[in-house]
Design a protein around this ligand. Sequence first.
Ligand SMILES: [Mg+2]
Length: 361
Amino acid sequence: MNDVKNKIVGSLLGGAVGDALGYQIEFKRNIKEKEFTKYENDKGIISDDTQMTLFTANALIWRETRGSMRGIAMMPVDAIYEGYLDWLDTQNNTNLHDHKISWIKNIDELNVSRAPGNTCLSALSSGKKGTIEQPINDSKGCGGIMRVAPIGLYMKNPEYAGKLAAEASAITHGHPLGIIPSYVFSTMLYFIVNENLNIEEALNKAMNQYKEKFNIYDNEVNEYFINIVDKAIKLSKANISDIDAISKLGEGWVAEEAFAIAIYSCSKYESSFEDAIICAINHDGDSDSTGSIAGNIMGALLGYDAIPKYYINNLELKDVIIEIAEDLSTPIPVSEYNANNDEYWLSKYLKCERDSSIKKK
Ligand SMILES: [Mg+2]
């Protein structure tokens, strides 16, 4: 794997590992520092965070394949919305969404309910697509941020990465604080992957870009977000236990807290994937989402090779996650006059069927 591919595969797998470690304790309380470090029964079960992340990635690749090979244009956020409607079908089995765009929808293990967020379910079931300009609700739950990592890994421009992640979150979450953290998270991943920046450098650059380019909300909201991110970095350098530090940032059920807890964990344990994730999940809050976001960041920073093999080998759907991540990091062949009918991309991302006998060229 080249360096960028290693980081992209690392980020999606890392997020799934953090999700699986956190999901088993999402609703447990009185958790002690470093109490949970392994999967229950050595089986890493992923939750809605990883499911929706995979549907985000599938939608981006679907859109690009259609554009490159068929010349059909679509706004990226509209493709992502279609992808989330596919995910909704996997949750309620109603098959309401006949415009199927995701081959992963056919995977049995993804057609399961893993404590999906009510806000995501109700917003997507409404038949309306939320936007930044026309908020669908007033939610700032972390369901908007925990699924957008593929956008930062995939986009070729940091401003697009931030803006599209914000738009993707606004599909289901209307409160500014359900949207702004996604902008910074996605932009940060872009800088880690493409400019090899460390956690604090990437965060600072992403925050500066947000202040300069995405200043669409009022000062009070902006200040609130800037303060909680600053607090996370300061706590990561203070002499304080992880449990105490995290309790000062919140529980992570809302997006800005989930992001801040992930930033605290990644900044404090920047050289160890394992230490950062164990820190990010061991608290009484939304452990799978804080673990997922921290895992996306650490996987992008340190790459696939830095994730302990125990976590990968025992992870549900690891092959699908790696496959989607590799596709996300592979340039799609461009065709003129529909002349290029590369079967690999056509079957998976236009017909939405995976035929494992067809190999990537
Ligand atoms: Mg979850």
